[in-house]
Design a protein around this ligand. Structure first.
Ligand SMILES: Nc1nc2c(c(=O)[nH]1)N[C@H]1C(S)=C(S)[C@@H](COP(=O)(O)OP(=O)(O)OC[C@H]3O[C@@H](n4cnc5c(=O)[nH]c(N)nc54)[C@H](O)[C@@H]3O)O[C@H]1N2
Ligand SMILES: Nc1nc2c(c(=O)[nH]1)N[C@H]1C(S)=C(S)[C@@H](COP(=O)(O)OP(=O)(O)OC[C@H]3O[C@@H](n4cnc5c(=O)[nH]c(N)nc54)[C@H](O)[C@@H]3O)O[C@H]1N2
Ligand code: SF4
Ligand SMILES: [Mo]
Length: 769
């Protein structure tokens, strides 16, 4: 579909262009956009029929507080909430929404939204009313339980609004599904698992705003932020602490744009760079002796491992100058403990990612930047809230825990102590008959790895149930499609840690701003009524989500009405260096450089022939990632950009326009993703900017438009994920980046999908479609 054909009601191209211009001029891309959107100033109903209510953005699921202007029951404008823990940089500062957040209006009123329940009738998905949809679904679920056993229904964990528990309670507790899969192996596995085993807490966060030296390492914090507080925190640190920002990324991202130093490293060699930095820090005696001697295990092995890993050694591998390695090692160590190295998907999505992430985190431990002001933070539970279920009359059963799942334990990664079935192995588990169906809410699994097999597996499955807002390769293959109410139409509640308030937790919540469009249904109502249809109504005794959350808030003396009025509440209780009170939450209470303390990892490392201590594990065409060759000389991966959130903003014309403008292709009709290719590689392949190209691996092929760009390293090509066949893009435009990914492309410790595929590119005739 060309740009002119997609009329989704919410395109405000002028506003967006203007916003992009001002934000870019201020060096604040992705931050502060809403302030420019015109009538966004929050006001109470002042007689013009408008009122302003609170909401919480869930486009990237980071809950930035919203002020929503409503006119005649329709949401007409959005802006942020000042002081909000996620939308601002703390008390007294402006709250804003990013450009993705601003696209929520476009999303809500999008004509492509699924607005009616659909069920399979005579092999065709057919729109029906809710009574029929619930009756059909409850019958199918009952048949499924009888025929296969409930344990064989996979729960694919998505992002239901506020990550509420009703979906899990329905699928696991009540129905008895025993298997789940999800982001552990599609988002953060190697990073969170290595850090969890090292420091006891896998989901650490940088204390950005207090830092003095930040290394964003395969972590595009200025555009793949988790709430507006993150990029604002980085800018604050630069302004107020004169912090140095180093961006280690083969791509010239928005983070690279504001960084003091951009290091376009050879992909997948990050572990070698980290070892060389440790070599310098130890040689120069700049490590934190007190922290290392009192709180760590395995320093001797770490020291031995890096003894010969000089900057000159790493320069050969990483294509980073030895002087630059020395410079950042010294800068990082001298700023400690207010310094931080932090990765995410750039390193997690690699077959050698586990070791790379271990080597990185070892650096934080070496200089003592663990749970410190301006270092990493270990967010523990800052406060507890009552669980409404504790007060309910009917105790929720745990039907899933009684299920026998012997085959599930046979899967290799579970034997390493990894929770959840590996995403890429779901098709195999389906082939083996261990999985016979799937239920999900707000998820698009085939986008995240092993795409073709996933599609086949869904065809094989006896029952596919999804809650979604758009037609995708998943909803089109489902037996039941429930039209989920979108964020502005739902009650919202969330509590959390990481935010603009470094040593506090927070709660935020809001009532629905508008009525659900069409037949869309709010999540709580959906699970309550589905439970009623199954005869389990007593487990959802609350009238609505508001009543449920009201009960939850008792513990901190707030009512849901009050929270909605305030939008958020900040709650103290997250001191730095929490490990000083009772040690690290690891097997030995220490920060582990060496993972020999984990028996399961020890035997795995033995099998793989690698050390349990930090070490350099290069891609090897066997366990740790494929390498390029004469036939397939380029390395291909996919990435994310500020304009899209994972796999669903591709449905929004506003986001597609902003993306096209960013890369200077707004005048072309094509609205798919681009293959970013360095001018050197483009010339070698006879490719020009805007050409329609094929990308080929040994066993697959995609087609998309070339964006010839200095912003990617020579030898490395990439595109944005979530496009092409089966995506939420209304016209399936562009190339599906994960068609190259096959079942065996996994990181060998966690089973996380591993990107980076050897490919070649070829210019095709014809216009990009
Ligand atoms: N705009 C936007 N923001 C988001 C999301 C989104 O989809 N869109 N998703 C949210 C979610 S769920 C997450 S998990 C986070 C993820 O946040 P990030 O992990 O920061 O997101 P990515 O864009 O995948 O960033 C990884 C970066 O690593 C780089 N990279 C790739 N390979 C290598 C390598 O070998 N070495 C190094 N050093 N770098 C490499 C890529 O070029 C990319 O810029 O973002 C969150 N925020
Ligand atoms: N190739 C590739 N795959 C990736 C990544 C990558 O960088 N590249 N990143 C990974 C990461 S970091 C993560 S966290 C995962 C996330 O992966 P998923 O958990 O699958 O999440 P999304 O892609 O956000 O989910 C998209 C689905 O939610 C639907 N949706 C959108 N809005 C709504 C709504 O209002 N209600 C409901 N019910 N549904 C809605 C969309 O139509 C779409 O089908 O993806 C991973 N997969
Ligand atoms: S950062 Fe995420 S939650 Fe905040 S406005 Fe942007 S999309 Fe919404
Ligand atoms: Mo993620």
């Amino acid at each position: 579909m060309s740009k002119s054909e997609q009329d989704d009601g919410g395109v405000r191209r002028r506003t967006l262009l203007k916003a992009g211009g001002v934000a870019a001029a201020a060096g604040l891309t992705g931050v502060g956009v809403s302030g420019i959107s015109g009538e966004a100033e929050a006001q109470e109903d002042n007689g013009d029929g408008r009122e302003v209510v609170h909401g919480n953005c869930w486009i990237c699921r980071e809950t930035c507080g919203q002020e929503i202007t409503i006119e005649d029951g329709k949401a007409i404008d959005l802006t942020g909430v000042d002081g909000h823990p996620k939308a601002s940089i703390g008390e007294g500062t402006e709250g804003t929404l990013c450009s993705k957040g601003m696209a929520q209006l476009n999303k809500t009123y999008n004509p492509n939204r699924i607005r009616r329940p659909h069920i399979k009738k005579d092999g065709e998905l057919t729109a029906v009313d809710w009574d029929e949809a619930f009756e059909y679904t409850s019958n199918r679920l009952e048949e499924f339980a009888e025929e296969h056993g409930p344990e064989k229904l996979l729960r694919y964990k998505g992002y239901p609004l506020g990550k509420h528990s009703w979906e899990a309670e329905f699928i696991h507790n009540l129905f008895g599904s025993a298997i789940s899969a999800g982001r552990k192996t599609t988002c953060h596995g190697p990073f969170s698992t290595s850090w969890e085993w090292m420091a006891g807490y896998g989901r650490e966060w940088p204390d950005w705003q207090n830092s003095e030296y930040i290394i964003a390492w395969g972590r595009n914090v200025m555009e793949c932020f988790r709430g507006q507080a993150e990029p604002k925190g980085v800018l604050k640190a630069k302004e107020e602490n004169d912090a140095t920002l180093v961006c280690i990324d083969p791509r010239y991202t928005k983070t690279a744009e504001v960084a003091d130093k951009w290091i376009p490293i050879e992909p997948r060699t990050d572990g070698a760079l980290a070892l060389a930095m440790a070599n310098v820090i130890i040689e120069e005696n700049l490590y934190d002796r007190d922290f290392v001697s009192e709180w760590t295990h395995g320093f001797k092995e770490y020291k031995e491992a890096v003894a010969d890993k000089t900057p000159e050694w790493a320069a050969e591998i990483t294509d980073v100058d030895a002087d630059v390695i020395r410079e950042i090692a010294l800068g990082f160590a001298k700023a400690a403990p207010s310094s931080v190295v932090f990765p995410w998907t750039g390193l997690a999505y690699q077959a050698n990612g586990f070791k790379n992430c271990q080597n990185l985190h070892a650096l934080n431990g070496l200089v003592g930047s663990v749970d410190t002001k301006g270092g990493t933070r270990q967010w523990r539970k800052p406060f507890s809230l009552d669980h409404p279920r504790a007060k309910a009359d009917a105790e929720l059963p745990s039907n899933h825990s009684d299920a026998s799942t012997p085959d599930y334990d046979d899967y290799p990664f579970q034997q390493h102590g990894i929770r959840d079935l590996t995403h890429n192995m779901v098709p195999k588990a389906t082939e083996r008959g261990d999985i016979q169906g799937v239920m999900m809410n707000w998820s698009q699994p085939p986008k995240s790895g092993n795409t073709r097999k996933w599609w086949e597996a869904m065809e094989e499955m006896d029952l596919v149930i999804t809650v979604d807002a758009f037609w995708t390769g998943v909803s089109k293959r489902a037996d039941v499609v429930f039209p989920g109410a979108s964020q502005l139409e739902q009650t919202f509640f969330k509590k959390g840690g990481d935010s603009a308030y470094s040593t506090s937790g927070w709660v935020t919540g809001s009532k629905p701003a508008i009525e659900p469009l069409g037949d869309c249904k709010r999540d709580y109502q959906l699970y309550k009524e589905l439970s009623q249809a199954m005869g389990w109504g007593e487990y959802f005794p609350w009238e609505d989500a508001q009543e449920y959350f009201d009960s939850k808030l008792d513990g901190i003396g707030l009512s849901f009405d009050e929270l909605d009025e305030k939008s958020y509440e900040v709650i103290d209780g997250l001191p730095y260096r929490q490990y000083e009170d009772g040690g690290f939450k690891t097997v030995n209470g220490l920060f582990n450089f060496d993972l020999d303390v984990k028996d399961k990892y020890k035997s795995l490392a033995d099998d793989l022939g690698i050390s349990t201590a930090p070490s350099w594990v290069p891609p090897d065409d066997e366990h740790f990632g494929e390498t390029t060759n004469d036939e397939y000389p380029l390395l291909f991966t996919d990435t994310m950009v500020e304009q899209f959130s994972r796999g669903h903003c591709q449905a929004l014309s506003q986001s597609l326009e902003a993306y096209a403008e960013r890369f200077g292709h707004e005048d072309e009709d094509y609205r798919g993703n681009y293959l970013h290719i360095n001018p050197r590689d483009a010339e070698e392949h006879g490719i020009e900017d805007g050409d329609w190209v094929a990308v080929k691996s040994a066993d697959d092929e995609i087609e998309l438009m070339a964006n010839v760009w200095e912003g990617v390293r020579p030898g490395w090509v990439c595109t944005e994920n979530g496009f092409g066949e089966g995506s939420s893009h209304p016209d399936d435009s562009g190339g599906h980046s994960m068609k190259f990914n096959k079942e065996w492309h996994m990181e060998p410790t966690t089973g996380m999908t591993a990107r980076n595929h050897p490919v070649d590119v070829e210019r095709l005739g014809g216009e990009p479609q």
